[in-house]
Design a protein around this ligand. Sequence first.
Ligand code: F6P
Length: 319
Amino acid sequence: IKRIGVLTSGGDAPGMNAAIRGVVRAALSQGLEVFGIYDGYQGLCEDRMEQLDRYSVSDVINRGGTFLGSVRYPEFRDPAVREIAIENLRRRNIDALVVIGGDGSYMGAKLLTERGFPCIGLPGTIDNDVAGTDYTIGFFTALGTVVEAIDRLRDTSSSHQRISIVEVMGRHCGDLTLAAAIAGGCEFIVLPEIEFDRDELVKEIMAGIGKGKKHAIVAITEHICDIDELAKYIQEKTHRDTRATVLGHIQRGGSPVPYDRILASRMGAYAIDLLLEGHGGRCVGIQNEKMVHHDIIDAIENMKRPFKSDWLKTAKELF
Ligand code: F6P
């Protein structure tokens, strides 16, 4: 291969810029040319791309978001749309593509791979929900943001002796909530991986009050229930002032923490090694601190992410 493309796709994550930089700098140092594709698969289909040099990625390692832009582009499921993408890549003599994103972005990379175009996927999402890796780029930065928010909520909820419900992102994965609940010392956790019964939660809260707890923080992953309704219900049953806070997109922003910058840099460079070794259709991960790669089709179709049940056990023991 001589020339590669790189794009970011799906929800942005802190560290995506560091990953682009890793890809670009590693590729250039191995004598490859790199094209940056704007706005994910949509920009690819609209042929919006330009050649990057080492200075194109100066001063981005510390920046949140992605300077290439990111878009969710369900149209890419249409084979005719994908043909346009492949034509655009071929016309520019691009031989391989590095895709940085979450599950949905891997699906696009899988479809291109099945069509014979080599792609490498790098896991970039705050959700930590990508198969084949212990951690995704952006997870630890988002975790820091959530924990900081919980610390702030703790100040006010302890001053007012209130119950605080905090809704954390993660789509259908509870990792961010669980990790933040441990680090933030939350008293109660509600995760998508565990069946939720609001009366059970109320019972636990009442037991806490019975033991003398004056305030409490409940960390809950998004999409489980309406947390304003839940707050009302808890207040009704416990007679304690209860407030709900949705952290929202604040969790996606900010300068990446060092771990995410290192992970992104390592993964970016590793993607280039894989391409030069002739691999395509792979996704990169970190497992037990080592860089690994898996078949991207297998990762999407068959590999399951193990639930961190030992983390939950610890969290519960410490309440
Ligand atoms: O996948 C990242 C993520 O932030 C999820 O945690 C969340 O469910 C979703 O994206 C929100 O998507 P959007 O930015 O399109 O509202």
